[in-house]
Design a protein around this ligand. Structure first.
Ligand SMILES: OC[C@H]1NNC[C@@H](O)[C@@H]1O
Ligand SMILES: [Ca+2]
Length: 445
């Protein structure tokens, strides 16, 4: 028997995203996305990799659902590719795109797996990017129109919706750092983008409420626990700025209907403040969510750095790291969950992503990944402690079901519970997949 049993209806799941696993990028009417354009731009992706084929999930989804069934997953989080549904981003629909996700959802339900659908996991149609992308407020309205089409097509069977995946990564990595599509390096742009993403989220929530389908809708934020590297007062101030930029700037509008004042002032001083128009915050505040999805990978240690753009810089933690260079710090998940519970009104929570990349050598048809088992066990225990503290954590989705296209790192990073031998597309269970199957079966670690 497990020492730490989880609540009886706890949703043990795994997560993926369309561009990272589907492939078939020009099949059945799919339109071009900003990630097609970006990955085909020389020098952007490690190894020159693209999502053209990925895990070929578009053709292999029946086999992949069978793997989920064998693993015993209660839930499966996937994303719907906007360019499959509305190839130009707005206007004409692509019925074959809807057919694919209907077939996937029907097969999940036939196998006793609850679908959790993310409407935006970064697959913006390129034609909308050509008209300004998320810097154009209109994109928020086009997103809500796309969302309404998907709700109408799937909403009788899909009862758990996530509007956006990680708006802070879309804003910062895609528009301030340039590491992700569409590849801009302009912080003022990134802040405007973050505001328009919040508008898109609010419009989609409002569209969902209007349809009265009776399911639940939330959003997924990638969050972290921020700690000062030293105990000097300026390190504490630096930690508050980093926490504001990465956590509160995205949490507060969605859960409190307002931007955090300190960061609004910081952005006002340093950048053009986001282009907030009359009625925007009311619209955001009028679209409360049913649950918050959070993606946690590691903590953030910062120290004061007056010469840095926002007065802080990250410091490497002392702990061991994953293949991404991210410090393994399970206590940060506990601290984050307790903080969300305390500061944001005891919300319903889902860990919509947590997992790790390690060098997973395939040896004699096996992948021994004891580090991933240890990583997941420690983070599950942190989650269990938070539940014992009264946090309303309802489920946990491991990133990821399959090895897949890890954005700028291409296929060089393997996050999967299941190994993908890309040349043959063979799926091979890592030891952690068997271990996780056991965790689900006994509902505990
Ligand atoms: O970096 C690992 C994951 N992080 N969250 C978003 C996903 O698309 C990434 O693969
Ligand atoms: Ca390669």
């Amino acid at each position: 028997m497990p020492k730490h049993v989880f609540p009886v209806d706890f949703v043990w799941g795994a997560a993926t995203a369309a561009y990272q696993i589907e492939g078939a990028v020009r099949e059945d009417g799919r339109g071009e996305s900003i990630w097609d354009r970006f990955s085909h731009t020389p020098g952007k992706i490690q190894g020159g990799d693209t999502g053209d084929v990925a895990c070929d999930h578009y053709h292999r989804y029946r086999e992949d659902v069978a793997l989920m069934r064998e693993m015993g997953l209660k839930g499966y989080r996937f994303s719907i590719a906007w360019p499959r549904i509305v190839p130009a981003g707005k206007g004409a629909l692509n019925p074959k795109g809807l057919d694919f996700y209907n077939a996937l959802v029907d097969r999940l339900l036939a196998n006793g797996i609850t679908p959790y659908a993310t409407l935006y996991h970064w697959e913006l149609p390129q034609l909308l990017q050509d008209r300004g992308g998320w810097d154009n407020r209109d994109t928020a309205a086009y997103f809500a129109e796309y969302a309404a089409v998907v709700f109408e097509s799937l909403g009788d069977r899909v009862r758990h919706w996530i509007t956006l995946n990680e708006p802070s990564v879309v804003a910062y990595n895609g528009h301030a750092i340039g590491e992700h599509a569409p590849g801009f390096t302009d912080y003022a742009l990134a802040v405007r983008v973050s505001h328009h993403l919040n508008l898109a989220h609010a419009r989609a929530v409002a569209a969902y409420r209007q349809l009265n389908q009776g399911g639940v809708i939330g959003t997924t934020l990638n969050l972290t626990s921020v700690y000062p590297a030293g105990n000097a007062p300026e390190d504490g101030a630096a930690a508050r700025i980093a926490d504001g930029m990465y956590n509160r700037w995205f949490l507060d509008p969605v859960l409190k209907g307002a931007y955090p004042r300190d960061i609004l002032e910081l952005f006002g001083q340093k950048l053009q403040a986001p282009v907030i128009q009359a009625g925007d915050l009311e619209r955001i505040a009028a679209a409360p969510i049913d649950f918050l999805g959070l993606n946690y990978y590691s903590r953030l240690l910062v120290r004061s750095a007056p010469s840095s753009p926002f007065g802080y810089e990250a410091v490497r933690g002392a702990g061991p790291c994953t293949a991404m260079g991210w410090e393994i710090y399970p206590d940060g998940l506990y601290d984050l969950l307790v903080r969300l519970d305390r500061d944001y009104g005891h919300p319903r929570l889902l860990v919509t992503e947590n997992g790790a990349a390690f060098d997973d050598p395939l040896q004699a048809g096996r992948v021994a990944d004891p580090e991933r088992i240890a990583y997941l066990r420690e983070h599950f225990l942190a989650a269990r402690r938070a539940i014992e503290s009264g946090v309303r954590l309802e489920g946990y989705f491991v990133w990821s079901l399959l090895d897949n296209f890890e954005w700028a790192h291409g296929y060089s990073r393997r996050f999967g519970l299941i190994y993908v031998d890309y040349p043959t597309q063979e799926r091979i269970w890592k030891d952690s997949a068997r271990w996780y199957q056991g965790v689900i079966r006994q509902n505990g670690v």
